[in-house]
Design a protein around this ligand. Sequence first.
Ligand code: ASP
Length: 568
Amino acid sequence: MKNVNNNELRIKDIGRKVTLYGFVANKRKMGELTFIDLRDRWGITQIVIKGNNQKISKESVLKVTGIVIERQDKNKNLPTGEIEIESKEIEVLSSAEQLPFIVHDDLEAKEETRLRHRYLDLRRPKMMKNLVLRHKVNKLIRDFLDSQEFLEIETPILSKSTPEGARDFLVPTRKKGKFFALPQSPQLYKQLLMASGVEKYFQIVRAFRDEDSRKDRQPEFTQLDIEMSYASEEDVINLVEKLFKYIFEKLGRNLSFPIQRMEFDEAMNRFGSDKPDLRFGNELKDATEIFANTSFNAFKKAEKIKYIFVDEILNKKHIKILEEEAKKNGAKGLAWSTIDLELNQKLGPGYKFFEEEINQILTLNEKQQGSILLVADTNDISNKSLGAVRTKIGEIFKYTDKKEDKLVWITNWPLYECDEENKTFSSAHHPFTSPSLDTLDSFDIDKKNAKSRAYDLVMNGYEIGGGSVRINSLEIQKRIFDSLNISKQQANKQFGFFLEAFKFGLPPHSGIAFGIDRLIMILTNSQSIRDVIAFPKNANGIAIMENAPSITSKEQLDEYFIMEINEE
Ligand code: ASP
């Protein structure tokens, strides 16, 4: 085993005889001398070899024994930059062939190539740093929750469907026609642990949802799952704030407490999103009154007219991108106007059709120039589409590059999500979320106005956690199932084992779960969740290094009673 790492030796070590191990990160020849940057997990140390004729390729694994000497050309950017190792003995433990890409932080290789050779990709110091931070955060979580007497308890992976609104991954078994489902979360198990008297549970656990991958989503991901008995939403929020304070302090990151809170409706009205990025303004504002007497047809009938003011003067390319974003989110169009004092230019359909209203908006905002983006539609569509436009604006003008973190609790959620097209209702969180005390009597009669005791934690525009006070009355749980059109038989078949626990003493309880991958992605300023997972799936949900999922043999399918259908 090694006893010196490659980030350890300093001036004080001059004269020491050491043996170093690592990968060849770089190699330069200068006359008689060969310089090698030897990399390991901790860093880089320079090796000097005199009169060496050995062929040493990049990324080969070396064992070098030598003497620590002072470096002539000191490298201030390297912690070990004041010394180097005068090699006395060098052994190539494993030599590397032609590499598919150069192992370097400013790597240009395509993500697919990086994923195919993930072990090479992980050698990059940036990636290694992500793994280290992830380990640290996991350890801090465990240390803190342990200090609060939480127990980490593992729950099954081969399991039954747990409704979190996604498609299940199924696992066939050798019991004919029977499948396990991989858990979308340990929701039912953690509630059953409250019925078991555990009182304080947590788990850093894998969860599985068969939905399209995105830069912040993977089919299998890691949650910090928490559940507490005799706890209200305030207790959960307090515990989480203490946990975050502990983690952020240990990581040397600033965060002010208590974390701000915002009700769901306010978030939608002001930011058009249930996960608002509060690192920048550009709030949505209501212009319905301003347009009360408009003669512009498309605006006349709209329920709500909202706008965003942007200080920048948008160009045609910006407008095109933003228009697409608005339409993708349900708006029929995006009206706009740009006012450039310097060029004395007032452009856009806005100025053509409703100059007076645009001038009013400028006055209201105490601005003389900038851009105004408007959507006239239903309240929901105006909010959602302008919310998406606002997020895009943040990206375009890099308002989101700020180093500070902005966290916000979103509270007072609707209990249901309504699919306007099919007029069906589903749970906004999951069906075990307690209705709010105000709507306890009416939630199943007036679903549109039903509220829940759910809370989400949002960080820099990402939902990093969500949870709720749970239902602990069988009667309310049954009303919820009824309201979701889940029949008695269906409920019993799917959740019977869980519902039974309500009959034998179930303490009131609440909980929350955090997306560890997302949290680490934000903490490491990574562009994608895939950069903080050692072996992630690609954007299409495929493990391209191992080539999974893959086709299996006929024999194996037979064992599982699965018939292959060859479509002509
Ligand atoms: N099970 C929920 C989820 O995975 C979190 C919770 O309600 O605790 O989103």
